[in-house]
Design a binder for this molecule. Sequence first.
Ligand code: GTP
Length: 607
Amino acid sequence: FTCDLIRNFSIIAHIDHGKSTLADRLLELTGTIKKKEVGKNEQVLDKLKVERERGITVKAQTASMMHTFNGKPHVLNLIDTPGHVDFAWEVSRSLAACQGALLLVDASQGVQAQTISVFHIAQERGLKIIPVLNKIDLPAAQPERIAAQMQATFGTDPADIIHISAKTGKGVEDVLQAIIDRIPPPSGAPTAPLKAFLFDSLYDRYRGVISLVAVQDGILKKGDRVASCHTNKKYEVQEIGIMHPEEIPVNGLYPGQVGYIACNMKESSEAHIGDTLYRVGTAVDPMPGFKPAQAMVYAGIFPVETSDFPKLEESIKRLALTDRSVTVQRESSTALGQGNRLGFLGTLHMDVFRQRLEDEHDANIIVTAPTVPYKIVYKDKEVYVSNPTEFPDAVDAASKVKEIQEPIVKASIIVPEEYFGDMMDLCFTHRAEDLDHRYLDAGTGTSSSRIILTCTIPLSEIVTDFFDQLKSRSSGFASFDYEEAGYKASDLVKIVFLLNAKPVDALALIVHRSHEDAIGKEWVKKLVKVIPRQMFEVPIQAAVGKKIIARETLKAYRADVTAGLYGGHVERKMKVLERQKEGKARMKRMGSVNLPQEAFFEIMSSK
Ligand code: GTP
């Protein structure tokens, strides 16, 4: 055995530039999977239903390939990474197990926002980067122009760029050769004390937690007693193997190898991402770990039928086991009953989780409006609040609140020149500051120059409709990425909605003062549409502190269901009343107002 015969790499790219397609071609070329019939476009490494439907990779997958070069069998470990902005943390984690990365760029679209961010992550980690231009089969491909863009943006030598079509397979052999020639093999000593880097974990119903590890030094074998640098807990390795891409048990993992182990971890929190495993009885320095993923967007999830709560909570727990970046807490609301408050990396992450709950767990749920974590500064302490119900009503001496701060991000948008004005406008209406821009390239006769626009913008502004508007106002041409940029003082207020003068906790929102009127009015209009009429008139109001900022009136409705029935038909009359009573049972009494749980579903899902 020797490390020289191993290469560990990732494919990094902007969403849709063809990572999964290239991964499939590499797996086919190395005989890891059978070649698929032409026209079939199911990807092997993308496994979740939501990933197939949305065509995005959510969870990174790993596959080991065997390939013979110059008569020597090599092991190529591909660590797949997701491409969406929400999942930068997963990208960084996958790259920690690699020595090189294929930087894939669509030859018709060119460098996009995430191309730049993943390039930086790879560069910071010191990886060898192989530039690859994909989709050269497309009539709209402009490989020379995009190569020049890459040179201008990353300092790439155009001579180093490999031109391929992952779809037809053209040029993919060259990629395989470049992986061997350009990416350094991992370094590690089989005789040194065992050091294995834990970079991902899966959950299996029967075997518990399965950890994915990259062995740095030493040899990891079945039956070994290992311990975690992070928790000091000890485990016995029950099963060990490689992902091919299905699990294949092996006798041992050598330095530089990537594989899985099952070692009786019961809770997925025991598999700490970024942890170092060592052999019990030896002493090692842990490898540099990760800062844990930070939830940026929070929302309450409640069952449509309140009695479904235990089942829903169980489903949420199960799903959270497969997605370590979700945080879960109990929450209860007078309006919606028992539920959970979940923290996500971003809104796409939230949508994906919601869809998985619905698809895989058949859950019927209400998701409250997303909230970012706000920082409430008191005289003597700072408190983070991610639930509008805990947000103070005012910043004043009485509430002891000195200041409220909100998270801001540094955003970059790449867009063809003709949409630049629209993008500036979009940024301004979303409270962006420090706007700056520069040209990415000069454009050609047939296509315009691209501009990269950067700004700082409150995170709360981009968790609502920003992404949708960005896409629609740029005809889909704009790409977008952001990174955290700390906290900033801001004039934020809590809007409370009142039904018949009683506040409804689940509807509270936190907004910037400049948006309070517009949002108050919009929500009141929405509410009057979805709340069923009552026996009496109901005022629907939006309030900030004591001030009413919007109002609509829900007209009274006299539901005299028996009016049309005469004298003798007592039986029928009883039945009608019975049915009406059943209807009532499903209502929630909000103060004096009857509100079906479904109304919340409609409010939260209407845009
Ligand atoms: P995420 O997993 O969401 O990050 O996307 P991805 O980068 O894995 O992209 P994927 O492989 O799913 O490809 C996106 C689309 O581009 C699919 O419709 C592919 O069929 C198509 N595609 C990929 N490579 C090529 C290519 O070389 N030529 C052409 N014409 N289409 C391609």
